[in-house]
Design a protein around this ligand. Structure first.
Ligand code: RAT
Ligand code: ZN
Length: 412
């Protein structure tokens, strides 16, 4: 293959290969209002809330007290009408509208609202999955959410496009309160870890893993996460999550580096980033070789060391350009470095969508970057005389877009 046709083939294969989006905040439509979609949800995405406050001088309280449509009009005015929407999150809204066939150039919010009002959520899921070419969507499912838990407890027929992932941040970042809640649900735990606490936490994890059919379990952690350590989190990991993972073949996903509520006035938009200690992840991988770990980190500064850790531990699979990392310049740099250090044994991206429609933009923006970097690597191989075949390219891309992840979590 000539260099040009190699690049075109890679771009085409990356476009046409369906994705398993391994971490989102989307829900099976049966969860009703928990599945967010439409123009107002797109505009009130927390990434845009924080950007709009760069310009707005109104008191935070006034913004939060206003009805949603007023809030989104303020955001639209600041970020789209008064300034050009060049940030990645703003551009994303326009990509969504463009992919849906809408004319963004009219800058007409009321007519966009009318267009969205005509959709039923189930049909719109199908439309968004088609446009984004997504075959499966991992949800983030937490028993600690009072809106979500009753839906699981009632039971329902699953939409096979949505996979479950068990999220339990409170267990590790706020054990005293989590213990109270578990106690209230009938698990005999004590805040001081006495008695059957660990066995009961394991029973809780096993019950929920079964109830939701979890593919893996997950947590997000602050940058000061340490292991080993005399902390609640380290104890629960060692004595409950690790044995649980081995018994139920559940990989443990760690998303590390978030500093929650740095500006509480911004609510959900108020979290920030900190540089984490990758040696904590290495020590976990070394201490529990029979467990599987998925990991993504929020700080750009951690990405290289995390890649090196993945070279050392086959029970570690790294994934995604998370949150503040999910911008084209950083995706390109990190994806290139990952391929150079660990080849194709990685999942370069997840979407982290909170709004269904975002599937189209997050994947439309990431796919060409992944294709560009991959084609560059094949070009380097071609220079040695090693010509990748189309079948090999398809195999590799399937791996990058969810296949390698599935293989990893399925491994015994
Ligand atoms: O990316 C986001 O939307 C963040 O608010 C978080 O949800 C983060 O991805 C997380 O899963 O904690
Ligand atoms: Zn997330």
């Amino acid at each position: 293959m000539h260099a040009q046709s190699l690049r075109a083939t890679v771009a085409e294969v990356v476009e046409k290969t369906p994705v398993f989006d391994i971490h989102t905040h989307l829900y099976d439509p049966v969860f009703g209002d928990l599945l967010l979609w439409g123009i107002d949800e797109l505009l009130i995405y927390h990434y845009l809330v924080s950007e709009s406050f760069r310009w707005m001088d109104m008191p935070y309280e006034k913004f939060w007290a206003a009805p949603k449509q007023q809030q989104t009009e303020w955001i639209w005015n600041e970020l789209f009408l008064k300034h050009s929407p060049v940030s990645e999150a703003c551009r994303g809204v326009l990509t969504v509208l463009n992919k849906l066939g809408l004319d963004v150039n009219k800058r007409d919010l009321p007519s966009l609202r009318k267009w969205f009002a005509g959709w039923k959520p189930e049909d719109y899921v199908t439309r968004c999955c088609e446009l984004a070419n997504v075959r499966k969507i991992a949800m983030t499912n937490t028993p600690f959410d009072d809106a979500e838990r009753p839906v699981w407890e009632r039971g329902f027929t699953r939409d096979p496009r949505f996979a479950a992932a068990l999220r339990f941040d409170p267990l590790l970042v706020d054990w005293p309160n989590a213990a109270k809640r578990l106690h209230g649900w009938g698990y005999k735990v004590s805040a001081d870890f006495s008695g059957q606490t660990f066995a009961e936490v394991r029973r809780f994890l096993a019950d929920w893993t079964k109830k939701i059919g979890a593919q893996y379990c997950m947590v997000s952690l602050p940058p000061d996460f340490e292991f080993p350590a005399q902390t609640d989190a380290a104890k629960i990991i060692e004595h409950a999550i690790m044995p649980h993972g081995r018994e139920h073949n559940q990989a443990f996903a760690l998303m590390i580096g978030v500093r929650r509520n740095v500006n509480p006035q911004l609510q959900l938009a108020g979290d920030s980033v900190g540089i984490a200690d990758v040696t904590a992840v290495e020590r976990l991988c070394a201490a529990f070789p029979q467990n599987k770990f998925l990991c993504t980190m929020l700080a750009r500064e951690n990405q290289h060391a995390l890649c090196v850790a993945a070279r050392k531990f086959r029970n570690l699979h790294i994934f995604g350009c998370w949150w503040f990392m999910n911008v084209p310049s950083i995706i390109e740099e990190i994806t290139r470095m990952r391929l150079e250090l660990i080849g194709l044994s990685v999942t370069p991206q997840h979407s982290d969508c909170r709004v269904l429609d975002q599937l189209t933009y997050k994947w439309a923006h990431s796919r060409p970057i992944i294709a560009k970097v991959l084609a560059e690597k094949y070009d380097d191989l071609a220079a040695t005389g090693w010509q990748p075949t189309r079948e090999e390219i398809e195999r590799d891309v399937h791996g990058l877009l969810g296949g390698a992840f599935e293989e990893f979590i399925g491994r015994r």
